[in-house]
Each structure stands twice: as structure tokens, then as C-alpha cells.
Design a protein around this ligand. Structure first.
Ligand code: 3PG
Length: 393
């Protein structure tokens, strides 16, 4: 693919798609800036070339315009890390964006409001893609975290402008690609988090690649319920129950170890001070919800990890922001970090934040800024942007 070093950026208006979908505190402030930091080399390079930079990103999953999902607090952090002021447009390719993009001078930065405030983004609507593209002369994609999505800003716009990929795109694809080309075995995948539908869909292909699959986090309860367990008020995707059953049957048939939590840290309410009580994962009382893997499960997962030669952690194992429910994520992060001679890949915004929080960042092979995107690569899938971005001449 064309990289930013292959095109002349001087004096050009560059539209850069990044993934600033960072974990946030309740007040909106960024709680982990990994994704911003990882985008900085590309941003600085573009500015050094004397371009006028327009940055766009999504944040969360808003349904239309919703102040709770404004990129503003994220941009405050970005400006601090970049070390210079950054202009902000309070719309996406609307009048404010157009006016501010026109006024940009070489070396200046404008950030657009959350792309997902526009319905056309996720639908990859051609009119929206056209509006977005008209803000700039050149398109650059460095949003590895969103590389598994074919949205207007990642799939539509590059078809309308001369384009290139940024440094993070290149780095992620190379490191993850190498790790999974011929993975050392056993290959253990630990999958957690709460994006149940997304994760269940990828597990199907992951079963073909790994030797052992450890399931934790919010994802686990759909599997436990599918097995007939009682999960209380724990999150569950009832529409995916049959699929969960099919996946477990597939794993069994292939001889893949598919390990679910045997116990669970539970509480009657979802809040920081909630008291932790442990129950067997399939016998959670009606008024309790599961918020972390339990202590027996932690030991079970550690045993599976002991001899692993390739490990991927994708998704946190509990509500690690709450002190009483961080145990599973913390212990498993530390167990991964202590492995000797294994390739260890951490994927996704929350998992990266957890690895940083527990001081394990420099003890793993790679922290990917992509959750779903790194899983797609691990499965050997071709990412949508690859199809669309220009070939290097
Ligand atoms: C992520 O956090 O995995 C990316 O930012 C993509 O977000 P999405 O799953 O809401 O598309």
C-alpha cells in the first residue's frame, strides 16, 4: 500500500482517520491514552511535511448526535500530548467543519466531531463519504482499531481521494501478521469484554487457529446460559445462545479446549463500592450479576497459560475499573507478562488500558490498538481497507 512517505503532503489538506475511541472516566476524561499516543508519529510526520491536517475518529457507539459521546474531552488530551493547540469542529463535515477546514494553515490541526453522529458513517453512505472527502485533498488511514469496519471514513472516502496508510497501520499489520504466520504452539486465546455479538462471531474462525480458548468477561455468561446455567442478572445476548452452543460443539469436535469460568465474582448492583461475593458460574442467584471471573477460574486459566507459546488477550475479564472486580483481569495480565519465551499479543482499548494499569506494558510482545481488528488479523482475515487503499507505485 501507499504509505505517507510515498506521497507529497506539502501544503495539502490531509484528512486523517484515526481511532481515538479511548477508554474514558465517567466525566468523559480519557483514562487510557494508548490509542492517541500510537497515532502521534503519523500526526507529527504529516505536520512536519507542512500539511493542513484534518483529523476524524469515532467514539463509542452513539445512535446519532449525543453529547455524552462528544470527542471534545478526548481532544483536550490529544492537544496536551501533541503539545500544541488543536481546533475543534462541532459537526462532521457540516458548516463548522467546512469553515474551519478552509481556514487551516500549514502545520495546523482541526479535529471533527464524532463521526458516528452522522448516520452515513456506519452505513457507508456515498453522499456522506463525498462530503467528508470534499474537506481534503488527500486521505490517510491510521485507524488500525477500526480496520475491521467498512464505514464511510474507512472504506468510502479512500475511493474518492489519493490515499495512503499511516505508520501505525503498517506497524500493527507487520507485527501481528508475523506472530500468527506460523504461531508457536500451544496457542492460547483469552477472549473477554462485553461486545458479545462481535466476539461470538469471531470465535467461530478463531477455533480453527488456536489450541485453547479461555472465555471470560461479559462474554462468558451467554455461553454459560447456553449450557443451561443460571446467570442471574449478568449480561447475556439471548439471540446468540444457539450460536454459542454451536461454537462449543465445534470446539469439541476439533479437539480445542474451550474453557468457561467455573466461578464468578458477583454483586447485586453495578457500582464502584459494590461488595464482591463469589458463586459457581452456573448458579448465580437471581438478584446477582457476574462482574469478574472467580478465584478458581483464575487458577484454571493460569494453568492453561503456563506452557503457552503464543497468547492473545482480547477483552478484559471483569469490570476492572471497579476495585472489587479487577482481580481476574489483573492476575491474568500478570500471568501473561510473566511468561518466558512466548509471543504475547494484547488487543483492544480496554485490554491495553489494563496492561498499562498493572505495569505489564513492557513485558508483552505487542499491545495492539485494535480489539476486533487484531482478532480479524489473527484469524487470517483480509481487512476491508486493504482492498480499497491504493497500491504502492
Ligand atoms: C474498537 O474499540 O474495537 C474500535 O474502536 C471499533 O469500535 P466498534 O467495535 O464500535 O466499531
Amino acid at each position: 500500500k501507499n504509505t505517507i512517505k510515498d506521497i507529497d503532503l506539502k501544503g495539502k489538506r490531509v484528512l486523517l482517520r484515526v481511532d481515538f475511541n479511548c477508554p474514558q472516566f465517567e466525566d468523559g476524561k480519557v483514562s487510557d491514552a494508548t490509542r492517541i499516543n500510537e497515532a502521534l508519529p503519523t500526526i507529527k510526520y504529516i505536520l512536519e511535511q507542512g500539511a493542513k491536517l484534518i483529523i476524524c475518529s469515532h467514539l463509542g457507539r452513539p445512535k446519532g448526535i449525543d453529547a455524552k459521546f462528544s470527542l471534545k474531552p478526548v481532544i483536550a488530551k490529544f492537544s496536551e500530548l501533541l503539545g500544541k493547540p488543536v481546533a475543534f469542529a462541532d459537526d462532521v463535515a457540516g458548516p463548522d467543519s467546512i469553515k474551519k477546514a478552509k481556514a487551516l494553515k500549514a502545520g495546523e490541526v482541526l479535529v471533527l466531531e464524532n463521526l458516528r453522529f452522522e448516520k452515513g458513517e456506519e452505513a457507508n453512505d456515498p453522499d456522506f463519504a463525498k462530503k467528508l472527502a470534499s474537506l481534503a485533498d488527500i486521505y490517510v488511514n491510521d485507524a488500525f482499531g477500526t480496520a475491521h469496519r467498512a464505514h464511510a471514513s474507512t472504506y468510502g472516502v479512500p475511493q474518492l481521494l489519493p490515499n495512503a496508510v499511516g505508520f501505525l497501520m503498517g506497524k500493527e499489520a507487520e507485527i501481528i501478521g508475523k506472530a500468527v504466520e506460523n504461531p508457536a504452539r500451544p496457542f492460547v486465546a483469552i477472549i473477554g469484554g462485553s461486545k458479545i455479538k462481535d466476539k461470538i462471531a469471531v470465535i467461530n474462525n478463531l477455533i480453527d487457529v488456536v489450541d485453547t480458548m479461555l472465555i471470560g468477561g461479559g462474554l462468558a455468561y451467554t455461553f454459560i446460559k447456553a449450557n443451561g446455567g443460571k446467570i442471574g442478572t449478568s449480561i447475556c445476548d439471548d439471540e446468540s445462545l444457539q450460536l454459542a452452543k454451536d461454537l462449543m460443539a465445534k470446539a469439541k469436535k476439533k479437539g480445542i479446549k474451550f474453557v468457561l469460568p467455573v466461578d464468578t465474582g458477583c454483586a447485586t448492583e453495578f457500582k464502584m463500592e459494590a461488595k464482591r461475593v463469589e458463586f459457581p458460574s452456573d448458579k448465580i442467584p437471581d438478584n446477582y450479576g457476574g462482574f469478574d471471573i472467580g478465584k478458581k477460574t483464575i487458577e484454571l486459566f493460569k494453568k492453561e497459560l503456563k506452557n503457552a507459546k503464543t497468547v492473545t488477550l482480547n477483552g478484559i475479564l471483569g469490570v476492572f475499573e471497579f476495585d472489587n472486580f479487577q482481580l481476574g483481569t489483573k492476575e491474568i495480565a500478570e500471568a501473561i507478562a510473566s511468561l518466558k519465551g512466548a509471543t504475547t499479543i494484547i488487543g483492544g482499548g480496554d485490554s491495553a488500558a489494563a496492561i498499562v494499569k498493572y505495569g505489564c506494558a513492557d513485558k508483552v510482545t505487542h499491545i495492539s490498538t485494535g480489539g476486533g481488528a487484531s482478532l480479524a488479523l489473527l484469524e487470517g482475515e483480509k481487512l476491508p481497507y486493504v482492498e480499497i487503499m491504493s497500491e504502492k507505485k
